[in-house]
Design a protein around this ligand. Structure first.
Ligand code: ZN
Length: 287
């Protein structure tokens, strides 16, 4: 089977991300990236959409991927509001005009799309809990409009119904993670044709981890699977992305885990391929 990894980070190795960043701190360690591309090929991955890093690792991977038979797309770096989650994978902006400058930089460096961090991450302390901060819903439309105006599709890290709705109403192209949706979010996904990439493997990777409240990852996952069942009924586009390289998500075979989890949530391989194809077709510059 040929797999599309619709959400990965080639710089991460499935363990502690700080060590992964440290490795490339003084320049991309090319052998490591080449080895990982080789492992992706062995795992059957033919398409990879990278959610970015700050060290040029995904840019190097893109330059090498063809040799490994992988169609590679990357935002190069993510973007986030200062003091908000996202510093690991990108650059901060304070104002919309700073964001415009980052978009121009992405264009100059030939990014394939823009990655925008809209909310915090799951805190795994209580069901539905998110780390603080995030864009105000009213800040979101202008940013998406700027990126679209420059010819980019927008991939957004976003959890929580209120922000997901605001982003979809503003024309967001793909919802990454998308935890704690409600029915209105699903209807908006269907109406706008945006794609949901639930990254179930990354959440499953938190199950049983020390330092987090036991059972919360499982509860969050159950809720996402319930929403996925309804998404299927509505005909929402859902794509497979494992957040490859995140903690407990193997950088090469994370996508296999994701497919198993999506199947358990009731999605057929054909359902997933429809979402995967939409991602692959749209997330190119000018696409
Ligand atoms: Zn990610």
């Amino acid at each position: 089977m040929a797999y599309y990894e619709c959400h990965g980070h080639i710089f991460m190795d499935g363990h502690v991300f700080r060590d992964a960043m440290e490795l490339h701190r003084n320049g991309v360690v090319r052998e490591v990236v080449d080895e990982r591309l080789g492992l992706l090929r062995e795992a059957g991955v033919v398409y990879y959409r990278d959610g970015g890093d700050r060290l040029g690792v995904s840019a190097y991977a893109r330059s090498r991927a063809e040799e490994y038979g992988v169609e590679y797309r990357t935002c190069l770096f993510g973007t986030h509001k200062r003091h908000m989650y996202g510093g690991l994978v990108g650059y901060a902006f304070d104002t919309a005009s700073d964001f415009r400058a980052l978009t121009a930089r992405a264009k100059a460096e030939k990014a394939d799309f823009i990655k925008l961090m809209i909310s915090g991450i799951m805190d795994f302390q209580s069901f539905g809990g998110l780390t603080g901060g995030g864009l105000e819903p009213e800040e979101i439309p202008e940013l998406i409009k700027i990126a679209h105006g420059e010819g980019f599709r927008v991939m957004a890290h976003v959890n929580g119904a209120e922000r997901i709705k605001a982003a979809l109403e503003a024309g967001l192209d793909s919802v990454e993670h998308g935890y704690f949706m409600d029915d209105e979010c699903l209807v908006l996904l269907k109406e706008t044709g945006a794609v949901w990439v639930p990254t179930l493997a990354a959440t499953a990777g938190f199950a049983g981890r020390s330092g987090f409240v036991q059972g919360v990852a499982e509860a969050n996952l159950r809720h996402a699977c319930e929403m996925l069942r309804r998404a299927k009924e509505l005909g929402v586009l859902v794509a497979a992305g494992s957040d490859a390289g995140a903690v407990n998500v193997p950088p090469d075979r994370g996508i296999h885990i994701e497919h198993t989890l999506l199947a358990a949530a009731g999605l057929t391989p054909e359902d997933v391929r429809r979402g995967d194809n939409a991602i692959r077709k749209r997330f190119v510059y000018g696409g």
